[in-house]
Design a protein around this ligand. Structure first.
Ligand code: ATP
Ligand code: MG
Length: 395
């Protein structure tokens, strides 16, 4: 949680594709919740900053310097989806933002609010995935089979580093998986602080440390080292038999494949999952699927001193402009942002209101179709009407 003034300036990026529809919907709901909670005493001053297609049109640059500077002035921001035009040699704005602000933890709380789901007991799903966001195979250092580079690396590994030839035949391709102590530990600290602040007791650190000892195994060891630091020593229990009391959490190590299985078979086993970048991607998508897909899951990118919240889905150009996009991922990201600035009551009101829309069986066409698939009648409304239905139920 961070401190903000009662009338904070919060920048938002509308986003490409369905961004133009879901962003106004999110703002409508967040404003309604803040108004209902604080009367006029707290209010968000929204300021649009440009990125993506809109920025290209108006400023000739998909991520203008002005946008970066404005975002840096604030402590939180929120964004709709941004596309990356393929084949134009432009790098993704999302990764440019991640680098500019060093958002090293991606946080995805996955919980069920009453929406139609593929599993019979979605009420058991309530888990927060902390995905490391700067390390791992995303470094993009790869050597393709058949290239001189791959041959050189192969030769070096076999001749100088003692790698076995059977693992590195002539036609091998190689992807490098870096993982650092510094990056892992700052991520783990964020996750443990979150668990402690939010009373989430069962924390798992995952990885296939038995196979990838220098990376995922090290990640797990570093997590347990963090647990011994003065800030955490009394609060983070690591004995497998320990029972955490009020103000304490328990840290356990779980092999990634076990975690994936447990999420499906006993989704209530874990409150927080601390993951590497690639494993975090798998785990958060699996968890999201249990409660109906990423369209229902918010996301926060957290660094030191700055956080940017965003929808988990993409630009969905196939449905853009039709008024049928589901605004929940971004709207719940807005609620998550309110929690982050300490306006928890307002966030709570959004969750309660969204639950009521599901009880009343009203939603965007994808939600209505999900209910119909389960044999339940539901009313389909447009993106903005759905925001109004949520706002109407805020109490
Ligand atoms: P990107 O290239 O930015 O990832 P995308 O079009 O692939 O964009 P995804 O988020 O990957 O978008 O979604 C895949 C499909 O799921 C979309 O084409 C769309 O039909 C559907 N979809 C995604 N988000 C939503 C949403 N918020 N509401 C309704 N349908 C959605
Ligand atoms: Mg996509």
């Amino acid at each position: 949680t961070i401190e903000v003034p009662d009338k904070p300036i919060i920048p938002y990026i509308e986003g490409d594709g369905i961004g133009a529809e879901i962003t106004p919907a999110m703002i409508h709901v967040v404003n309604a919740a803040v108004e209902k909670t604080y009367g006029g005493s707290k209010r968000i001053i929204w300021v649009e900053v440009l990125a993506g297609d809109k920025a290209e049109e108006k400023a000739g640059d998909r991520l203008p310097q002005e946008t970066l500077e404005f975002l840096k002035e604030a402590v939180v921001g929120i964004k709709g989806p941004l596309g990356t035009p393929v084949g134009k040699g432009v790098r993704s704005i999302n990764s440019a933002l991640r680098r500019a602000f060093d958002f090293y933890s991606a946080v995805r709380p996955v919980y069920w609010m009453g929406q139609p789901t593929p599993i019979p007991d979605p009420q058991r799903v309530d888990v927060v995935v902390f995905r490391e966001n700067t390390d791992d195979v995303y470094a993009g250092v790869e050597f393709f089979s058949g290239t001189d580079e791959a041959k050189k690396v192969r030769e070096f590994l076999i001749k100088e580093m003692g790698a076995k030839e059977e693992g590195f035949p002539e036609d091998v391709g190689i992807t490098v998986k870096p993982m650092s102590e510094f990056k892992t530990k700052r991520h783990v600290r964020k996750a443990l602080r979150y668990a402690l602040e939010n009373g989430r007791k069962n924390v798992a650190v995952i990885g296939k440390g038995n196979i990838m000892k220098a990376t995922e195994g090290a990640f797990i060891n570093w997590a347990f080292e963090v647990a011994q630091e003065p800030e955490f020593a009394d609060k983070v229990l690591t004995d497998p038999e320990a029972q955490p009391n009020e103000g304490q959490v328990k840290l356990s190590k779980v092999i990634t494949d076990q975690m994936l299985m447990q999420l499906v078979l006993k989704p209530d086993a874990w409150d927080v999952v601390i993951a590497q970048n690639l494993n975090g991607d798998y785990v958060s998508d699996l968890a999201a699927a249990l409660i109906g897909g990423p369209g229902f899951v918010p996301s926060g990118n957290i660094g030191d001193g700055y956080a940017l919240f965003e929808s988990t889905h993409g630009t969905a150009w196939d449905i853009a402009g039709k008024g049928i996009a589901n605004p929940l991922s971004l709207t719940l990201s807005g609620a998550m942002m309110l929690e982050y600035i300490g306006w928890r009551e307002a966030a709570q009101k959004i969750y309660e209101a969204v639950k009521k829309t599901f009880e009343d069986k009203v939603g965007t066409p994808d939600i209505a179709a999900g209910f119909k698939k389960l044999g339940i009648e539901a009313k389909a409304v447009s993106t903005y009407e759905y925001a109004q239905e949520i706002a109407k139920r805020i109490q």
